[in-house]
Each structure stands twice: as C-alpha cells, then as structure tokens.
Design a protein around this ligand. Sequence first.
Ligand SMILES: [Zn+2]
Length: 349
Amino acid sequence: MKAITVEPKKAGSARLEDVPEPDAHYGSVLVEAIAVGVCGTDVEIAEGKYGWAPPGKTRLVLGHESLGRVIDPGPASGLKKGDLVVGIVRRPDPVPCPNCAVGEWDMCRNGQYTERGIKQIDGYMSERWRIEPEYAIKVDPTLGILGVLLEPTTVVAKAWEHILAVGQRAFWEPKRVLVTGAGPIGLLGALIGRQLGMEVHVLARTKTGPKPELVRALGATYHSCSVADVGFEPDVVMECTGVGQVISEAISVVGASGVVCLTGVGHGGSVPKVATADVASTAVLKNIVAFGSVNANKRHWYKAAEALARADHAWLARLITRRERPENFMQALGRGSDEIKVVIQFAEV
Ligand SMILES: [Zn+2]
C-alpha cells in the first residue's frame, strides 16, 4: 500500500512510497484511510526539525489528524464495518507516570509518551491503518469528511475544560473571550466558546480572505488590530499564535482575575520594551493565571466529537480550504496565508 513517510530529523526526506500492510500489533481494527489533515507539526517533521521513527526503523509514516472507514472491526471492538473513525494520537508512557496510569496521557509527567505520526509510532498517512479499539473514536456519520477536524477540536476541547477548571479557584462568571489567531485551532476554539454561550472575539492579522467572515458567521466579532488596542477587557484569552508580543499583550489586556490559556508553540523571538518582571507584576496585581495546554485525553476526544456533531456542518466545511491527492503531498505541506486546513484525501467518504 502507499504511505507518506519521512526520515525524521532529515529535511527533504518525505516521499510517497510502497510500504507493507499495517502490522497486526498496531491493533485489531483495520481502517481504510479517507483523509488526513496537515498541521504545522507535519510541516516541521518534513523540514527535519522534529519527529522520531519507530524503534528499529529509520522512517516514520506521517500524519496524526486522521479520518477513516472501518474495513474490519475485529473481535469485540463495538465498531461495525463502514463506521467512520478517527484515531487518538498519543499513547501513555510505558512506566507509566501517575497521569498516564489514570488515562490522562495528555498530562504525561515523564515525557516518555508516544504519538502516532510524530513520536515512535507510525501515523495515519497510509492507505490502510490499524488501531486498538479503545483508541478509535467513532464520529457522527453526517459529518463525512468533516470528521478530519476532530483532532484539532480535541486540543481546544481540553483547553476550554482547563480554562473553566482554573476559573473555579474563585468566584468567576466568564462572559467575554478573546481568541488570538484565526487558524484551525483559533477558529475551533471560538466555535466552542460560542457553544458555551460566551461573547467571542477573534483577533488575527489578516483583513481579507475567509477568516473574518468565518468569525462573523459564528456570531463572533473579528479584530485585526493589536491585542493592546482591542478596546475591552476579556475574561479569558485563548492564545493560539505563539508570538511573544501577542502573549505579553494578552496578559496585559485580560481583566482582573482573568485566565490566559496558551496553545501556540512559538520559537525564540524578542519582545522589545516588555520586561518579564513587568508582565509578571501585571499578573500578580490582577490575580491572572496564564497556563499552557497541549494534546488531549479520551474525555476530550469524546467532548470534541460531540462539539463537532452539533456544530453547523456548512461552517465546518469552510475550514477545509484545500484537498490534495496523496501524490501531491508536497503541495499539501505548503500553505498560503488565507488557507485554514489542508487535507490529504486518500478515498471518497
Ligand atoms: Zn506519562
């Protein structure tokens, strides 16, 4: 079968090649790939900046935002042939640490977790893949190809759960959220904010293209100014850019006793004129919590599947701005500024 593979830490090594059928040790459920979403992590792996091959191998099958159709449910999976499923990405570490031991692998303490398509387990960019029944999440059949949006939705389902958990440290009734960034994570974070009944504001640089209209279609407000000039005090900031300047301004603008959730992963950069101690002083004097959030556990996968199923499917469809065939994977790994989610489509739904 065909698979998109890469030699991790070696730039330019990605290729579409013939590989053996998926090994039975990957799980008793056999799935035909329908589509796999491309995100920044895939681009970084293809650029040789990140990723680990399975033990004893040099190449890794790429892809962690899956959608497939069950070909063979195997014994006792609770699935049927034809069900649409998405594969959970992370597996608990083998020790396991206390959090992995209770199923909270998203909060792994020792970093020895593994991840399909990223860290030591083959991913989902192959014509067929196998999965353990307990790591296969069934998606609403009416979603069709939109089920490929489940993995990024799990990231914001967890982020929102933690924002609301942090808020319980004191009396807190959050009403206004500012989402910084209007990529897939920002827009799906805004979607869940609206589902929670919040007044949602989304801030991004672009003034044109599909993003402003997608935000307005949610019943949210779009801003293309700087965070400092947004003109109101949000109760929550969901930060999805990873840009230093945006992060420090987010901590400055959030209202007293507010929560800033960091989901973006940036690199280096400099924030001239903003001293860490000044940002920290603001946090102290306004009782602000800023925290990081990554990955998701099975509870968040369940919540995300519910959130997608009740979202406006026509709105979700506009998030997928391009579909590429597997042989055009290199084009899929390159993104234009107005693009939101690019998917590699292996089969029709
Ligand atoms: Zn762990």
